[in-house]
Design a protein around this ligand. Structure first.
Ligand code: FMN
Length: 257
């Protein structure tokens, strides 16, 4: 979770028995970000992985070399074709996890040699696609059973407790990726005001939109959108992407996360 999962959250997840992921960020597209080596170094005594938004990494590929030099527990790639970076990660003998929003993404991840794939449903917080977790995960499991039985499958999107984990395992996943639930943890980099809001929110309070990225000039491919908690900004801009882009142009440079 770029700009959210720093060393504290990643280390806490690993200490609790999972694999914590440091958010590798937007490669500076959204402004200053924590220094990768500093964050990684603070998680001493734990094995954590590093996640990258693939299209952002393409704008600062040296970040991957810096990440691999740290010998992370894994590298997690998401959003757009992982082929550009897969070879380098696998050559470094670092496990590669690729997050997929469609079966085609999943097949591509298998083709480029991913050790683990994530079937991410539209229920997910943050960026994602349009497929629902419940039908996507079993389709992904069936695909892997035939095409790549040694590749592990994780389910993501709407899983926040043991009930979600149990459901995901029944659907054929080997494990889960949890984001939003940890976004409300005290270890995140996010301001407390925002996480306090998340704690009192329900699923009714979220919306999936592309308008926020249009407003903040994030060049995300159009197949992806962003699930956020509704607020005055979403009330004003959801469904008005073209006007949002125009407003951004007028404002010159409008940068926020
Ligand atoms: C605040 C937030 C930020 C996220 N940032 C990223 C990111 O930078 N890269 C990424 O691959 N996924 C990101 N995700 C998506 C997660 O990888 C994961 O798929 C998702 O959180 C799982 O669904 P859940 O939120 O319902 O648990 C983010 C999710 C949230 C909630």
């Amino acid at each position: 979770m770029a700009l959210v999962a720093g060393w504290k959250l990643a280390a806490a997840v690993t200490r609790a028995g999972g694999v914590g992921l440091l958010g590798g960020g937007y490669a500076g597209i959204l402004g200053a970000e924590p220094i990768l080596e500093d964050e990684y170094g603070l998680a001493t005594g734990t094995r954590i992985g590093i996640g990258f938004i693939t299209w952002a990494l393409a704008q600062a590929p040296e970040l991957l070399d810096r990440a691999l030099a740290l010998n992370p527990a894994c590298v997690f790639l998401s959003f757009t074709d992982p082929a550009l970076f897969a070879r380098k990660i696998l050559d470094a003998k670092v496990p590669l996890i690729c997050q997929a929003q469609t079966l085609a993404h999943l097949a591509r991840a298998v083709d480029v040699g991913a050790d683990i794939v994530v079937a991410q449903g539209t229920e997910a917080g943050g960026h994602g696609g349009s497929r629902a977790t419940f039908p996507f995960v079993p389709e992904a499991a069936d695909y892997l059973a035939k095409a790549a039985p040694s590749v592990l499958l994780l389910a993501a999107g709407g899983i926040a407790d043991g009930r979600g984990l149990a459901a995901a395992l029944l659907l054929g996943a080997d494990g889960v990726v949890v984001g939003s639930r940890f976004w409300a943890a005290e270890e995140v980099l996010t301001p407390t005001r925002a996480t306090d809001r998340a704690i009192v929110a329900s699923g009714d309070d979220t919306v999936r939109t592309t308008a926020i990225d249009a407003l903040r000039d994030v060049p995300l491919p159009s197949e992806f959108s962003f699930r956020v908690i509704k607020n005055k900004l979403t009330d004003a801009w959801v469904g008005r992407d073209a006007e949002a882009a125009q407003a951004l142009r007028k404002a010159g440079s409008l940068r926020f996360v």
